[in-house]
Design a protein around this ligand. Structure first.
Ligand code: ACO
Length: 375
């Protein structure tokens, strides 16, 4: 390593490229999609409208939305081969591996997988967006020993997902809270999984490969896997009385507490107040005061000790729990939403590509001759 080689560990602070999809403003803790603040989009428009916005740059007109939702509803059903693949995997296969395998298989079945026109790639993105809910719902049902429920073309995106997962649609407030979480998770500039998708795309590999790679990056607990880890933590802590002793031990062991901290936001994640409100509404509707009290006590104690604020995974984990999803489904649900952001970035990368290939500073042994073999 030479003295003038500066190392940007974790690429922290490095601006890699431009993007017109979303903007994270560190100083004001704000996030916009195509110029619109996410907290204003959440509750004002549907996740379908946000998906359209992320891909096309503008919110859809009424007729554009009608055509867009009709295409999504028509493509919801899985190819029987994909269903068979999911059902053939061991019951304890990690749900993110199930989703990753299903996406790769859908790519394998697509005769246009290697066609790289913008139209063909948008069609692939729309297909994954339409089919991911069926993949996640089928995996959830098989974990509970239940048969698949067919998609319902009469229902909107979020209501249909509940129907495919539980066989029925819950009260509107729950569907709305879920839709808000989908909007908040949809896009977040050059996060680790999106960057993974862009790296794969930069080699001119196909969209399915880029999405499968992004799913792998999202699985980790420092990224999307945190929403599951939050629920596991709250379950482990168990009671308000146990918050202090639990944190004494965890922080004493220098453990990271999931659902807190962020590479970019250092004064709080702009998506949290909106998701927190949705979680509180769920908790009140379900009479889950114990969980809400634990959530508040844990946050207060952690923030006062570390000065590190919650990220989106902190309220979304317990909110999904109250909606009835098992914990293993939380990160696959994140995939259902982030497919929109990932694929928008894949399109951007394709439109102005440069192979992403950073350098490394070698710090191994000096060059040396290969020893001569004896005999
Ligand atoms: N718990 C305890 N300590 C923390 C936490 C945390 N959640 N987050 C940061 N810190 C501490 C670190 O230990 C480190 O302390 P040190 O300087 O004494 O070593 C300091 O704060 C800086 O932390 P880094 O991990 O270096 O900061 P970075 O910007 O790389 O971290 C990250 C961001 C990875 C998200 C981190 O905050 C973390 O691990 N959080 C928990 C995982 C999580 O919730 N991930 C979800 C991200 S949001 C999303 O994907 C939707």
């Amino acid at each position: 390593m030479t003295q003038d080689e500066k190392i940007y560990k974790g690429l922290a602070g490095v601006v890699v490229d431009t993007t017109a999809i979303s903007k994270v403003v560190q100083e004001t803790n704000s996030l916009t999609y195509r110029g619109y603040p996410v907290q204003e989009l959440a509750g004002a428009v549907s996740f379908e409208e946000v998906a359209y916005l992320i891909w096309h740059g503008e919110l859809p007109t009424a007729s554009q939305l009608e055509e867009f939702t009709a295409r999504e509803r028509a493509q919801r059903a899985l190819d029987p081969k994909v269903k068979d693949l999911i059902l053939s995997l061991p019951a304890d296969t990690h749900p993110m591996h199930v989703v990753q395998a299903a996406v790769a298989y859908i790519g394998g079945l697509d005769p246009d997988a290697e066609v790289e026109t913008p139209e063909a790639n948008l069609a692939k993105a729309e297909r994954l967006y339409a089919q991911l809910p069926a993949i996640v719902a089928l995996d959830h049902r098989r974990r509970h020993g239940l048969d698949a429920v067919d998609p319902d073309p009469e229902l909107g995106y979020s209501a249909n997902f509940f129907k495919m997962t539980f066989g029925e649609v819950p009260e509107q407030a729950t569907v709305d809270a879920f839709d808000i979480s989908m909007i908040l998770y949809a896009e977040h500039s050059f996060n680790a999984s999106t960057f993974t998708a862009r790296v794969i795309t930069s080699t001119t590999s196909d969209l399915y490969s880029a999405v499968a790679g992004a799913i792998g990056a999202l699985k980790g607990a420092l990224h999307g896997g945190a929403n599951e880890a939050v629920m596991a933590t709250l379950e482990e802590v168990g009671s308000v009385e146990n918050v202090k002793p639990w944190l004494d031990k965890a922080l004493g062991e220098k453990r990271k507490v999931m659902g807190f901290g962020h590479r970019v936001y250092k004064n709080g994640d702009s998506r949290v107040p909106t998701m927190r409100k949705a979680f509180e509404a769920m908790a009140e509707a379900k009479g889950a005061t114990e969980l809400l009290d634990l959530y508040n006590a844990f946050e207060e104690e952690f923030v006062s000790r570390k000065g590190i604020y919650p990220n989106l995974d902190y309220p979304s984990g317990p909110a999904y729990h109250l909606m009835g999803f098992d914990t293993q489904a939380f990160t696959p649900i994140f995939v259902m939403s982030r497919i929109t952001g990932w694929t928008a970035h894949i399109f951007e990368q394709q439109a102005s590509n440069a192979l992403i290939r950073p350098l490394s500073a070698y710090n191994g042994v000096d060059q040396r001759p290969v020893p001569a073999r004896e005999g």
